[in-house]
Ligand binder design. Structure first.
Ligand code: SF4
Ligand code: SF4
Length: 306
């Protein structure tokens, strides 16, 4: 018995419109994958339909990150070239022409948002579970792996910087302003550069599906049309000086009119919050770090552009 090729039809669809093929592939994967599943919470999905945006990886905006974000911030072309496996790079005629960045946001299940919105201190069980099983080392990684492998099958090259050995996050060098990052690949800045949204006062990206999302990005050698940038500030505070609800929600005064202070935010998640939860008997010694979602829930920008 011979199995038919799974590639031919996909290759035709991909060649006819790579951008819409990739967009649909990611949306379909999130919607239909059995891995998008909270086993401990009645098998409900972690995430809803994702928002996707693209940017030209050679755009000067990424070079500017070395000045505006951090000197060590990697360029998309640089990381892609270094991450393509050697056998692919040694193939005759190998050359990377176009470099594009795919930025995506996975909107968090509204039930998780509501549970965190109702919480005084943050880190409800379901929110923490989502961070642990759905975040960078959970379903979000499945999404990135899927896109990478799919693009290789279609004859392209792709890498997910966050999972690259080149990725470096240096929490010990924590900055005092969220516009400065201590990682060499900032998902939030990448998302903004791709037109996925704009920064909120809480230091997160407000996408068309709000700030309660998990961000990811993939660099590839597919030529993709850049997504138009938002024409307004999505945050009410930056648009007209109103709102500021995220400042009220934060229990450690980590958000001020100057934005979010990552040092204070980190202190709450790693010191104050574990102490509060231990006193309440909600955190065992072996539990993973609690994750605070107060400033992304119970605020007007949680699941939309206000
Ligand atoms: S809560 Fe208000 S001020 Fe804070 S990020 Fe959202 S829109 Fe901006
Ligand atoms: S994540 Fe929590 S601690 Fe950090 S700024 Fe938001 S509300 Fe404050």
């Amino acid at each position: 018995m011979r199995y038919p090729s799974r590639k031919a039809n996909n290759q035709v669809l991909f060649n006819s419109n790579p951008a819409s093929y990739i967009q649909k592939a990611i949306v379909d994967y999130v919607e239909t994958s059995p891995l998008n599943c909270m086993m401990a919470f009645e098998n409900k999905p972690f995430f809803g339909e994702p928002v996707i945006a693209f940017a030209d990886g050679d755009s000067t905006v990424f070079q500017d990150f070395k000045k505006t974000v951090s000197e060590s911030h990697l360029l998309p072309r640089e990381i892609l070239e270094k991450q393509i496996p050697i056998p692919f790079r040694r193939r005759p005629g190998f050359e990377i022409k176009h470099v594009s960045v795919i930025s995506g946001a996975l909107p968090i299940n509204p039930e998780i948002i509501q549970s965190e919105a109702n919480s005084k201190y943050g880190c409800t069980l379901i929110h923490n579970y989502m961070g642990w099983r759905g975040g960078h080392w959970g379903f979000l990684k499945n999404v990135c792996d899927y896109v990478e492998v799919l693009l290789y099958i279609l004859g392209q090259h792709a890498t997910t910087p966050f999972f690259s050995p080149l990725f470096r996050s240096e929490p010990q060098k924590m900055a005092d302003n969220c516009r400065k990052t201590v990682s060499n690949w900032s998902e939030r800045h990448i998302a903004e550069a791709c037109g996925l949204g704009t920064f909120g006062l809480n230091g997160m990206i407000i996408t068309e599906k709000g700030v309660a999302v998990n961000l990811f990005s993939i660099v590839c050698d597919v030529e993709l049309p850049p997504t138009p940038k938002p024409t307004q500030q999505n945050c009410l505070y930056y648009r007209n000086g109103s709102c500021g609800k995220c400042m009220e929600r934060c229990q450690n005064s980590a958000i001020s009119h100057e934005g979010r202070n990552p040092r204070k935010c980190h202190e709450y998640a790693t010191k104050n919050l574990p102490e509060i939860l231990k006193k309440k008997g909600q955190l065992e010694g072996s539990d993973v770090f609690p994750s605070c979602g107060l400033c992304m829930t119970g605020v007007p920008c949680s699941d939309r552009i206000p």
